[in-house]
Ligand binder design. Structure first.
Ligand code: PLP
Length: 430
């Protein structure tokens, strides 16, 4: 069946708000490594990896075999029974988390992971007040939407948490953007203190933040920002939750978790996406006293079931054995240099940012800071025609998001850069 026919059927039975990429949306039916094949036989280099989720690339034998083996034994038993794979995975993640004495609760998505973290913090602190960052994205449930700071993803204003949004994540469009790092950080910390003192009613439960804002266009604050903010939070006993759904597992190259660029240890981290390489698994890792603060029964039926947990263990084995964090740093550095070079040559490029294999290119009207979503759409279409899939995002839909599998080679990085270069050149004149 052609893409056009499938699209017509999709439109009839799936929600209108389920956004599809491209004027003529495509189906991805096969893949190997960093390449995917669509339903009409076209091959692409994939620089978006199913929204940073197919972290090791497609059809990796080490993961496929583990999943196949587990599928033939026990897919699901529920957490009413001991799950060896889940215990092993929790032990691995607790040790990796950097949080002393950590416990882990598994979910099926990043949204539920953040829900769980907010449950822990609001219960432990006996407060429903929460701080979040402007331009953030934390998921699609009512609490996760409540802490989201991006109009485009706020389908409802209903929220169980009482939220204040502070400055800091999106430097390019911040009122403090012209300040050097140290003064930018100080301005954000002053804003945080003022928000606390003027807009909150006593005890706040936690602050939740993405170390690099994913949906927000890979907006990257200066290193140390969250460390400086946490000094203020600590004065008030406010917990810090790092949403590592996009930044975890070594994607930023320099660290295993995004929070590590800020010289702090969070009280809880949330994760999802890459861990299952496409299997539905997420979770929260938190200090044991915080995790155990919940006073009623609570389960996630699918969270960390034998199939997802076994797959995730195989993912972690491969990730660590191959030291893909180092690969993200090395190949990401090469990609970033190439993108910065393109940025210097194209007036449509307002900002190039990110770390490791999480790189954003913000497009503007030439010579201004005005967001240029039309150019982003044109470049995205042109890259597809050239055989490259890239993501798009940002508050105004004007940021190209580049986040390939962590297994990307230097040759593939160069190949993708060449396609991006042609697409940008066409957009300049378009
Ligand atoms: C930082 C962040 N947190 C949470 C989520 C929600 O995850 P999920 O879509 O798995 O519910 C996302 C999804 O894009 C995300 O980027």
């Amino acid at each position: 069946m052609s893409h056009a026919e499938l699209l017509a059927r999709h439109r009839k039975v799936l929600p209108s708000w389920l956004t599809l990429y491209y004027e003529q949306p495509i189906e991805l039916v096969d893949g190997k490594g960093c390449r995917v094949v669509d339903g009409e036989g076209n091959t692409y280099l994939d620089f978006f990896a199913g929204i940073l989720t197919t972290m090791l690339g497609y059809n990796l034998p080490e993961v496929v075999e583990a999943v196949r083996d587990q599928a033939g034994r026990m897919v699901h038993s529920s957490t009413l029974y001991l799950i060896r794979q889940q215990v092993e995975l929790a032990e691995r993640i607790a040790a990796l988390s950097g949080i002393p004495d950590a416990k882990v609760f598994f979910t099926s998505s990043g949204t539920e992971a953040n829900e769980a973290a907010l449950l822990l913090a609001t219960t432990a602190r006996r407060s429903n007040q929460v701080l979040a960052l402007r331009n953030s994205y934390h998921g699609r449930s009512f609490a996760a939407m409540g802490v989201t700071g991006n109009r485009g993803w706020l389908a409802s204003s209903l929220t169980p948490v009482n939220v204040r949004h502070v400055q800091g994540g999106y430097r390019y469009r911040s009122p403090f953007r012209d300040l050097p790092d140290d003064r930018y950080i100080r301005a954000c910390v002053d804003d945080l203190r003022e928000v606390l003192e003027t807009t909150t009613a006593g005890d706040v439960a936690c602050m939740i933040a993405e170390p690099i804002q994913g949906v927000g266009g890979f907006a990257t604050p200066p290193d140390g920002l969250f460390g400086a903010m946490k000094e203020v939070l600590d004065q008030y006993g406010i917990l810090f939750v790092a949403d590592e759904v996009q930044t975890g597992w070594g994607r930023t190259g320099e660290h295993f978790w995004g929070y590590q660029a800020h010289g702090i240890v969070p009280d809880a981290i949330t994760f999802a996406k890459g861990l299952g390489n496409g299997l539905a698994i997420g979770g929260v890792a938190a200090r044991a006293d915080l995790m155990d603060a919940v006073t009623a029964n609570s389960i996630s039926t699918f969270g960390g079931n034998p199939l997802a947990a076994r797959g995730a263990l195989a993912v972690l084995d491969y990730l660590q054995e191959q030291d893909l964090q180092a690969n993200a740093r090395r190949v990401g550095g090469r990609l970033a240099a190439g993108l910065r070079d393109l940025g210097a040559r194209h007036p449509l490029v307002g900002d190039v940012r990110g770390k490791g294999l999480m790189l954003g290119v913000e497009l503007v009207e030439a010579g201004t800071m005005t967001p240029n979503p039309a150019a982003a759409a044109r470049v995205q279409e042109a890259t597809r025609r050239g055989g490259l899939l890239v993501g798009k995002g940002g508050l105004y839909g004007n940021v190209l998001r580049i986040a390939p599998p962590l297994t990307l080679t230097e040759a593939e990085a160069d190949e993708g850069l060449a396609i991006l270069a042609s697409a940008l050149a066409a957009a300049d004149t378009g």
